[in-house]
Ligand binder design. Structure first.
Ligand code: ZN
Length: 295
């Protein structure tokens, strides 16, 4: 297992972590100033600054991406809605390519309309089948341009609104079905916040590393960290800073590395009540310190 205690060479910052404090261009400068080598930006943050200036700024700093957030949200009540989702995912893939992302993260979607409080149907099996078909269609385009897709399983508390793929096992089943040769064009983004509780976590991480035919071919394309606070006060925006909650981060990173993952550890903290209220400088400095001590 890699030693993170001496430096923050493998730290990436998911830019939502300081989205309330700064626009993306400032976030990039603040990360560069601290020797942070990678970020994972969100599409709306990129759009607010402009993708060309963002690409230039990253290049000037020699900064890379650990992922691009995000595609997905495939289910819809009708065919035009599903087509619109595919078109939007195509644009997301193109943007990810322009920014040289290693993968496009997919929050796959769930019951259409539920996020706005108006679910248009209640059939979870239908939502899951539309997710399956949406990923299959997007994967064709992703393969053509060479942009890997990373399915992010979300905690089941998000199953109605954001993602009906809720376990690593389910995400890997989809990978095996849609990419049986394990080409590394389809894999998973493993976010600790969503999977830490899963009794099959260790077993499924090992499966991600083994690949479907039993040879070493890791499906792990991204690794997101924060912490689970007990008690949690908000289902979406009360993520804890690494080390402040109940997740055994080092143990899980050991499993992930055992499975062949050697990439960035991406700090992703949505925190309405705490970290979004603090100065951005303090948030980034704390991420660096906790990356060394707790990740
Ligand atoms: Zn994540």
């Amino acid at each position: 297992m890699r030693d993170f205690s001496q430096d923050h060479y493998w730290l990436s910052i998911n830019t939502a972590t300081v989205r309330k404090q700064w626009p993306l261009d400032r976030i990039i400068d603040e990360c560069a100033r601290r020797g942070i080598r990678a970020i994972s930006p969100w599409r709306d943050q990129v759009a607010a600054v402009g993708i060309d200036p963002v690409a230039k700024q990253l290049k000037a700093h020699g900064m890379g991406l650990s992922g691009y957030c995000r595609g997905g949200f495939f289910p819809a009540a009708d065919a035009p809605g599903r087509q619109a989702a595919l078109d939007d995912n195509r644009r997301a893939i193109d943007e990810a390519k322009m920014l040289n992302a290693p993968c496009l993260v997919l929050v796959v979607g769930a019951l259409p309309g539920a996020l706005a409080g108006k679910p248009q149907y209640k059939d979870m099996a239908r939502a899951r089948s539309e997710v399956h078909d949406g990923i299959a269609a997007s994967l064709e385009y992703a393969r053509a341009v060479g942009m890997p897709l990373a399915i992010e399983p979300l905690h089941p508390m998000q199953a109605a609104e954001r993602a009906c793929v809720n376990t690593l096992e389910h995400a890997l089943d989809l990978c095996d079905e849609l990419d049986p040769e394990c080409t590394r064009m389809l894999g998973v983004a493993l976010d600790i916040y969503h999977v830490w509780w899963d009794p099959k976590l260790e077993q499924q991480i090992a499966r991600a590393g083994a690949g479907p035919q039993g040879h070493q071919s890791s499906r792990l394309l991204a690794y997101h960290v924060c912490d689970w606070l007990a008690p949690t006060r908000d289902l979406l925006n009360d993520r804890g800073m690494m080390g402040d909650g109940v997740v055994e981060l080092k143990k899980i990173r050991g499993w992930v590395e055992q499975a062949g993952y050697q990439g960035f550890s991406e700090a992703e903290i949505f925190s309405e009540l705490d970290w979004w209220q603090r100065p951005g400088e303090e948030v980034l400095d704390t991420c660096i310190a906790r990356h060394k001590s707790s990740v």
